[in-house]
Design a protein around this ligand. Structure first.
Ligand code: ADP
Ligand code: ZN
Length: 215
């Protein structure tokens, strides 16, 4: 298969979800978000979902093997033949290596890892006021991206809620996890010349344009 495989890298709160939605529409890629897959599994009450929740609530990563199996399974489905935009995976070196190995078996490899670069101060500010649509997962923000009607999604009318892992102490541990476990991926993709870094500050439409210029 010669599909494009893009990875979105960035701290929690860098805007991966919002940007991935814009880009996967413009470029017609399957948007695969590991966090959404876990939350979907949980809402269906599957073993995978129940297991994942234990880690998610604490702001910790779900164990590699569980995560890797879930993603490899997902990206083998036919809707991924048109190309992929991975959002939230890989998040550890183990995951990145497992992905490379699985792709290599099909004669494939990662096209590019796109780093959305946002300062820590900005990330903390954004995560603090985040609300998400229960139905379509669109994120909003109390300060930077308010919905037209309070508590209601502009796109689908769904109810907005605040994720447990967006509470303050959990935000702090998610950022620590990012620094320790995910940041090394920047080096990993840099060394194999697959990294594209984009300034992630400013309006999401602007940032999306910067990303589209490199895909
Ligand atoms: P954010 O990008 O805002 O941190 P996500 O929706 O991507 O949120 O992820 C929510 C939670 O799901 C993470 O904090 C983690 O517990 C779990 N998770 C998501 N992706 C992975 C992954 N690749 N490896 C391990 N855990 C993950
Ligand atoms: Zn919605």
């Amino acid at each position: 298969m010669d599909r494009a495989i893009y990875i979105l890298l960035g701290a929690p709160g860098a805007g991966k979800g919002t940007l991935a939605a814009i880009i996967s529409k413009e470029v017609d890629l399957a948007h695969i978000a590991s966090g959404d897959l876990f939350r979907e599994a949980l809402s269906k009450g599957t073993d995978l979902g129940v297991e994942a929740k234990k880690y998610m609530d604490k702001g910790e990563l779900v164990p590699d093997q569980i995560t890797i199996n879930m993603i490899l399974d997902r990206i083998a489905r036919p809707d991924c033949d048109k190309g992929l935009l991975l959002d939230g995976f890989p998040r550890t070196l183990e995951q990145a290596k497992a992905l490379d190995e699985a792709l290599a078996k099909n004669g494939e490899n990662v096209t590019k890892a796109l780093l959305i670069d946002v300062s820590t101060e900005e990330v903390v500010r954004r995560l603090g006021g985040r609300w998400i649509c229960r139905d379509c997962q669109t994120p909003y923000h109390e300060v930077t991206m308010r919905p037209k009607v309070e508590g209601t999604c502009d796109k689908c009318g769904g109810q907005l809620y605040q994720r447990d892992d967006d509470k303050e102490s959990t935000v702090r541990s998610r950022l620590e996890v990012y620094t320790k476990q995910t940041k090394p991926l920047i080096d990993y993709y840099g060394k194999i010349d697959k990294l594209a870094k984009v300034n992630g500050e400013g309006e999401s439409e602007e940032v999306a344009k910067r990303l589209l210029a490199v895909v």
